[in-house]
Design a protein around this ligand. Structure first.
Ligand code: ADP
Ligand code: AMP
Length: 213
């Protein structure tokens, strides 16, 4: 089993890049999407996670590590995963390393999407998503053909509860404090591949595909 991690602040474009890599044999794993599914199903985990997520805080490490453990333990030989939004803390990174060691898996690369703060705020405030298929749009930068409607499903797009300016700024602070230290952690292991994410969507996607060979 191989893992590629997409690292970067919220709004850098991890999900948008992942959409094209799925067509290249990767299984896209977004811990945010997995948690939102728990919220939709109104499970006890989802109810607890919703409060934290809506406030821009992380859910506890053991919750997300448990989700990843459950997913990896049944992997078929040779599966390639693309992690989006995991790991997000040093504890999560250490647990991932332990899990991969136990399961004979390899962390191949950590692709770092770099993007200035004000670009991020604009991207997240204008983000719209499809509740059915998960497609990601932007009102200006990546609009659907018909306003507020998913091109794939034809249903109405929604705005995430945590995509308000106030919560976005809180999430960026949490990113700087808790996730940014992963950059030097993975640099020390020689795994970081920086990408300029402040370019048009197709250019960012092409650069990521290039570094993944
Ligand atoms: P992340 O998964 O890192 O939080 P998303 O992929 O959901 O980020 O992208 C956040 C928002 O920015 C979405 O509305 C998306 O359409 C838009 N977006 C993503 N990449 C770019 C880009 N390179 N240029 C302009 N807008 C982008
Ligand atoms: P995302 O969809 O990646 O923007 O994540 C949305 C929210 O889900 C985050 O702001 C966190 O509250 C929570 N979340 C997602 N992934 C993790 C993680 N690896 N660790 C902790 N919280 C997470």
């Amino acid at each position: 089993m191989n893992v590629v991690v997409l690292l970067g602040p919220p709004g850098a474009g991890k999900g948008t890049v992942a959409e094209v890599l799925v067509g290249k044999g990767y299984i896209h794993v977004s811990t945010g999407d997995l948690l939102r599914e728990q919220i939709r199903l109104e499970t006890p985990l989802g109810i607890k996670a919703k409060k934290l997520m809506d406030g821009g805080q992380f859910v506890p490490d053991d919750v997300v590590v448990g989700m990843i453990r459950d997913l990896l333990k049944d992997s078929a030989f040779g599966t390639s995963y693309l992690f989006d939004g995991f790991p997000r803390t040093l504890v999560q990174a250490e647990k991932l390393a332990e899990l991969l060691q136990t399961l004979n898996g390899t962390l191949e690369k950590v692709v770092l999407l770099e993007c200035p703060v004000e670009t991020i705020v604009e991207r997240l405030i204008g983000r719209r998503t499809c509740g059915k298929c998960g497609s990601v749009y932007h009102v200006t930068f990546n609009p659907p053909s018909k306003a507020e409607t998913c091109d794939v499903e034809g249903c109405e797009l929604t705005q995430r509860a945590d995509d308000t300016e106030e919560t976005v700024r809180k999430r960026l602070k949490v990113y700087t404090e808790q996730t940014a230290p992963l950059i030097s952690y993975y640099e020390a292991e020689g795994l970081i591949q920086p990408i300029n994410a402040d370019q048009p969507i197709n250019d960012v996607r092409a650069d990521v595909i290039k570094v993944l060979g």
